[in-house]
Design a protein around this ligand. Structure first.
Ligand code: 1CP
Length: 342
């Protein structure tokens, strides 16, 4: 039995004394204890070794105390399982050595058995559950098909992923093939994570906001819809970063338990668009964690007052930045824990 189930209660819409809190990318580069492991093991060794996955996943739980743990892994393990070799270059990010450059190449892409190809993730989940010892729930995750396609075509991070967009507009059939295959693999992958022991899953559509509303409905929405319908046995959280215009459709036309939102959307706007039958998660600007601790405290209190304590999970509007002091991350979490309705 979980000792702290606030996060799962908030996802189920049950009343809570205070909202739960966790931070996207909470297990990453702002933690000195993580940087030590980064020096010793390369990125995919960290992802593939169950003991390291469990250790890194638990670092923020031990040092900062959020109400949920997110598995240490990466969205790019799926393209890697599909045959892309990926190098993590320090200071630059991921580089895929063989990006998709033609329709023929896209149409030749073949699915894999996610549970088998990514068995190291499932082993990581089992070891992490043991190490967490029921203290807090464990969140599994995957990249959304549109965001994975961005990396598979562009070959690296980008501000506008213009190659990926042009590819979809010039070769819609080939893009549909890739997106539908990625949706199948993602459904299998998330279901396998749930069987291995995660309590909830989050789908990161980090580059959704690069699409127009019409193109979002063509290239992103059908994948997200199918994922929420076909993933069974645990709540699904969708983070379509930048797609504020789609909140209403995501709420009504998917089976998501929660929508995670970025900091460009106000709580009242988000609630009005999404309605009251869904949990909202977000949306403190990660750069704001560089403000003085007293300001963070005040802003967190006001953010909860505006979202309301129920059907709400406190989080950032995007991932932690590497330059955020650990004390400030802790102040963010503590401000939520000491929240009381005034
Ligand atoms: O060696 C390192 O530490 C490299 C930095 C790093 C880390 C810590 C990368 C490379 N990935 C991760 C882990 C990671 N990635 C987690 C684990 C949990 C945690 O840190 O708390 C998660 C949930 C992700 C998810 C992820 N990876 C996303 C979606 C969320 C988001 O930030 O939008 C994306 C887009 C990636 C791709 C990726 N992997 C790594 C980097 C630097 C990037 C971004 C590249 C870019 O800017 O496009």
């Amino acid at each position: 039995m979980l000792q702290n189930d606030l996060y799962l209660k908030a996802l189920a819409g049950d009343p809570v004394p205070r909202p739960p809190v966790w931070m996207m990318r909470q297990a990453g580069r702002y933690l000195p204890s993580y940087l030590k492991l980064q020096e010793k093991y390369d990125f995919f060794t960290r992802c593939e070794t169950p003991e390291l996955v469990a250790e890194i996943t638990c670092l923020p739980i031990d040092e900062i105390g959020p109400d949920a743990a997110i598995l240490f892994s990466d969205i790019l393990v799926v393209p890697r399982a599909l045959g892309h070799s990926i190098r993590m270059i320090s200071g630059e990010g991921p580089v895929l050595d063989n990006p998709i450059q033609s329709a023929e190449q896209a149409l030749a892409l073949k699915p894999v058995d996610a549970e088998q190809a990514l068995d190291y993730v499932m082993n990581g989940i089992r070891t992490t559950r043991e190490r967490l010892d029921e203290r807090v729930p464990l969140i599994g995750f995957a990249g959304a098909p549109w965001t994975l396609l961005c990396y598979m075509v562009e070959g690296r991070g980008s501000k506008d992923f213009s190659r990926a967009k042009v590819f979809c507009y010039q070769h819609p059939e080939a893009a549909r093939h890739v997106l539908s295959l990625l949706t199948d693999v993602t459904v299998d992958y998330l279901n396998a994570q749930i069987r291995a022991g995660v309590h909830a899953v989050q789908v990161f559509d980090s580059w959704a906001g690069l699409l127009s509303p019409d193109d979002f409905n063509t290239f992103a929405m059908p994948c997200l819809q199918r994922i929420t319908e076909e993933v069974r046995g645990a709540p699904v959280v969708l983070f379509a970063k930048g797609a504020w215009y789609a909140l209403e459709l995501l709420s009504w036309q998917t089976r998501a338990a929660a929508l995670s939102i970025d900091w460009t959307v106000g709580p009242e706007f988000a609630r009005q668009a999404a309605g009251w039958d869904i949990t909202l998660q977000g949306n403190y600007d990660p750069s704001r964690l560089l403000s003085p601790v007293s300001v963070i405290r005040e802003q967190v209190k006001r953010m909860i007052d505006r979202f309301g304590k129920d059907r709400y999970i406190v989080n950032l509007g995007h991932g932690m930045l590497p330059n955020i002091p650990v004390d400030h991350a802790r102040a963010f979490v503590d401000a939520v824990k000491s929240y009381a309705v005034s």
